[in-house]
Design a protein around this ligand. Structure first.
Ligand code: MN
Length: 234
């Protein structure tokens, strides 16, 4: 496997926009979207964890599906929360009910006690990562011990924390990820210093956390700038 494995068609988009963990924060996501003014020459990559913890898991997915159906170029990467939801249903209806109750995402379940069909189909198709010529994106990050582990270790893509950059393995590409909430000042510092690993989860869903948390973030890779939306959930 070559480090040059990537989708070259992704580089043509004028803006390549990466959005961090949403966790059911529908109002915040819509407010961020209004600021972005996404058009047909843009590519939006959502970094996973659409569901759980926040108030509107199902509606977040319906809204993203609506934008996709309008013909906007959107890639949704799989997060550990999407993976765990699908796994819990495989363990049976009781496991699914217990998980969604604990995660405040019972709106994902229909009257038959299953994941709503259109949501389940969408979740099952989510990729674990996306690779372009200039960047690599996954929910949590990559296992950079080798090129093959980088592209094949899906557990790492969903859950890894605090991994070190390896320029030869990553082909000098920037890695974009979410999963691990970080203070805004730290995220801004890493962008300013042109670091090669950029985490974009500022813990939007944690409404009562510190002042430099609670934002839903979008990083415009092509412009090198951050667009912020503070949590506005009720
Ligand atoms: Mn996560």
């Amino acid at each position: 496997m070559s480090t040059h494995t990537f989708d070259s068609s992704l580089q043509k988009y004028h803006r390549q926009l990466f959005i961090g963990d949403i966790h059911g924060c529908l109002r915040s996501m819509r407010a961020l979207w209004d600021k972005l003014q996404v058009g047909p020459t843009d590519l939006v990559i959502f970094l996973g964890d659409y569901i759980d913890k926040g108030p509107n898991s199902a509606k977040v997915i319906y809204q993203i599906q609506k934008w996709q159906n309008e013909g906007l170029h959107i890639i949704c990467i799989r997060g550990n929360h999407e993976e765990i939801l699908l796994q819990s249903e495989e363990q049976g209806q009781e496991a699914l009910a217990a998980y969604t109750k604990r995660m405040k995402s019972t709106d994902l379940v229909n009257k038959k006690g299953e994941i709503i069909t259109s949501i389940k189909k969408w979740l099952q198709e989510l990729p674990y990562f996306v690779a372009s010529e200039k960047w690599l994106a996954a929910h949590a990050g990559f296992d950079l011990r080798s090129v093959s582990t980088m592209f094949q270790n899906e557990i790492a893509m969903l859950t890894i924390r605090n991994f070190e950059y390896q320029p030869t393995v990553a082909g000098n590409r920037t890695i974009l990820h979410g999963h691990n909430p970080m203070p805004l000042t730290e995220i801004q510092r890493r962008i300013a210093q042109k670091e090669k690993i950029l985490g974009l989860d500022n813990g939007c869903v944690y409404k009562d956390s510190a002042h430099d948390m609670q934002h839903l973030l979008c990083y415009s890779f092509t412009e090198g700038k951050l667009i912020l939306q503070k949590n506005i959930e009720h």
